[in-house]
Ligand binder design. Sequence first.
Ligand code: GUN
Ligand code: FE
Length: 402
Amino acid sequence: MIIKTNILTCNNHVDLVFQKNAFLNINENKIVNITDNYTGDYKDYTNYLALPGFIDTHTHISQKNIMGLQKPSLLDWLDTYVFPEEEKFTNRNHANAISKSFFDNAIKNGTTCLVAYTTIHREACDIAFENAKKAGIRALIGKVMMDINSPEKLTENASKSIEDSISLYEKWHGKHPLLEYIFSPRFAISCSKDLMKEVGDFIKKNNAYMQTHLSENLDEIANIKSLYPGFKSYADVYYQCNLMGEKSIFGHCVHLTEEEIDLLKGTNSKIAYCADSNFYLKSGEFDIKSAEENGVVFALASDIGAGTSFSMPYHAKMSIYRQSHTQISPAKAFYLMTLAGAEVLSMQDRIGSIEINKEADIVFYDYTGLSVLEPESILSRIIYTDMSSQIKQVMIAGKELI
Ligand code: GUN
Ligand code: FE
């Protein structure tokens, strides 16, 4: 398929690449060529602007229905809204309806790849995978693991939790080109050391993905200190349980100490920067400068339901607003919702930008009102104003979905 269109991408963290009236040659799932001239038939998308698909590195499918229900502190919010909602996922119809509409919303907003938690329920996680497959979205999905300090209906037996997670891993790992399993121990408050160690051993042996929450809120950290007195820090709990590594993604990381940053850096672990959510739950401000200076890879995340939107450009805006000392340019914010996300997933060779040999994950905006603007101003417009209604087509792995 040849598409004539206007391309705006970033192929590294600073430089934008803009190509007007370029011919995108897509063969099956891949971009095989980008040229200035072409003589055969082509699909005319010259009224569109092609951006790389947005990547959301941390979100909760199960929390779609509690979006906007706020408490200004994490643990209270979990108890009041999140856990009662997550208990409903024993119901297959509920699990099916929510995950289906979650993916529809994500795609409509230009998200082509997402990393998601479901609930503790094996079946609900499996249904989410089936719906992701039907929707055509690229996704890493995991069953939440919780075996201590949790409401009764959300407390699992540790060995059952491991067994269910491994059975989902075996069912979905490497079985579909767009889908991958990610082990998802919720956080160290709701997971026993034994459970976390077993997950750590499994992911190390199998080079599997893992996600959890780290250092989001001060009450949470105080709680961790009393639960894990023998450990140097919150991050050290995960480190000692073998949970750190290049395929491990830690959500939030708002209150890290230098030692904790060193652990993340030393293990090449990744951070999901949940800008909107950190604000919403009054968790605090992620220290972007420290992560950058220490070379820890991070990228943007919606963290729905503590995040209030499916739109990654909205979360890019929140990241700019939420940094009180560090200026983030529109180009940088654009990088944080595209290529940086691919780097967090160690998938930068396959996705994250519009380049030859990458997979064709592309968002097409209406270009009519944008064509008079310079590339940086186009991104500024897309990030600062709600342009989601101007998304006219979304392509994932070469397939048009709208
Ligand atoms: N920490 C543990 N669970 C959660 C969750 O569901 N959302 C957020 N924001 N933080 C968490
Ligand atoms: Fe989260």
